[in-house]
Design a protein around this ligand. Structure first.
Ligand code: AQP
Length: 333
């Protein structure tokens, strides 16, 4: 039997290599596996947990959709839609918010990181973000959720919420308990400027990430300026942990080349950083430039993008609307 897949990406601009390697690349492989049913969502309700400019948000929703399509997600095989077009997500999120415990949410590290020191000023939405994520996943009875490593904790929370609802309402197996699908290797791509920080859309420095819409020149400059140390490259995996920037560049190279880290290390052992950077630049351009030009091509036709989202939302509404209706019946509404 195939897998039921659900995953989402926030339309917060600057889709980067981390989003691609950690998530979107896997979406495409999962879509192309026989018998899988895939739902890929542009999670715009999640995006407004921090303030967004309405015009930029609208554009980002389309850009994220274009990135899905340009990377190989096929609207005839997978459901593609934006979350705000399907009211069941907000409805289910409220109900599940009454299931989730404060103690569970207080443990979420992403909230702590994103809220920073002044958490009194963070939105309530940012705090309950993982509950909305649970609603997204559970409404589609997803068996598997492909995400980057940074989302593992939120997925565990979704599992806890599903189990508690099933127990509290004696609704045996009403919610399917989803499994995370996190790649063993290269599941967390780090900033080009700091090997200890994840590559992120919201990093103020554009040099910290390679965007899927970057030109070839921009990719080359960013890799050239990526942080490095002064030592030659090692011939074995030993000591790589103490050289996070090197580990990251080798990881990106390996992932884009679909080869193991071990093979990449044997390719570059004893050489200089400049050798790795040169080959990585060529490879990154080879892989990203077709996606980047396809994104631009697709983005020139907003009606085409909007129609895909509308058609996807129709299909999603049928599935999610039915599930939320059943949820309401179970709880006595
Ligand atoms: N650096 C990363 N390495 C591997 N995977 C990553 N993902 C994000 N960053 C990395 C994965 O991409 C998917 C979509 O992420 P998202 O847009 O929903 O939110 P995020 O995790 O908050 O991504 P960003 O880029 O870091 O955005 P900001 O800066 O707005 O917080 C997810 O599966 C995620 O794991």
């Amino acid at each position: 039997m195939g897998k039921k897949i659900f995953s989402g990406v926030q339309p917060t601009g600057n889709l980067h290599l981390g989003n691609y390697i950690g998530a979107i690349k896997n979406f495409v492989s999962l879509q192309n596996e026989k018998d899988n049913n895939c739902v890929f969502c542009v999670v715009d309700l999640h995006a407004v947990t921090v303030k967004q400019d309405p015009k930029i948000l609208k554009n980002s929703i389309r850009e994220t959709t274009a990135a899905f399509l340009a990377s190989g997600i096929d609207p005839d095989k997978s459901i593609i839609f934006n979350q705000s077009l399907v009211p069941a997500h907000s409805e289910a999120s409220w109900i599940l918010g009454c299931i989730a415990r404060m103690g569970w949410l207080n443990r979420m590290t992403q909230f702590k990181e994103k809220a920073g020191k002044d958490k009194e000023k963070a939105s309530v939405g940012l705090y309950i973000y993982p509950v909305l994520m649970a609603a997204d996943i559970l409404l589609y009875d997803a068996s598997h959720v492909p995400v980057g490593e940074d989302q593992k904790q939120h997925l565990e929370l979704s599992r806890d919420i599903a189990q508690k609802f099933n127990i509290d309402y004696e609704a045996h197996e009403f919610f399917k308990v989803p499994e995370p699908l996190i790649q063993k290797n290269f599941s967390r791509i780090m900033s080009l400027k700091d090997g200890m920080k994840k590559m992120s859309k919201s990093d103020p420095s554009d040099l910290s990430r390679i965007n899927l819409t970057d030109t070839n020149d921009e990719i080359a400059i960013k890799i050239k300026k990526a942080k490095t140390d002064n030592e030659i490259l090692p011939a074995s995996e030993k000591n790589l942990k103490e050289r996070p920037e090197l580990e990251n560049l080798l990881g990106i190279y390996s992932s884009l080349k679909n080869q193991s880290l071990k093979i990449s290390i044997s390719e570059f052992g004893g050489k200089n950083f400049s050798d790795l950077k040169k080959k990585l630049t060529d490879l990154a351009i080879e892989k990203i430039s077709p996606i980047s030009s396809e994104i631009k091509k697709i983005q020139s036709d907003n009606t085409y993008i909007d129609n895909i989202l509308l058609k996807g939302a129709e299909k999603a509404n049928k599935i999610a609307g039915k599930k939320v209706y059943e949820m309401k019946k179970i709880i006595g509404f």
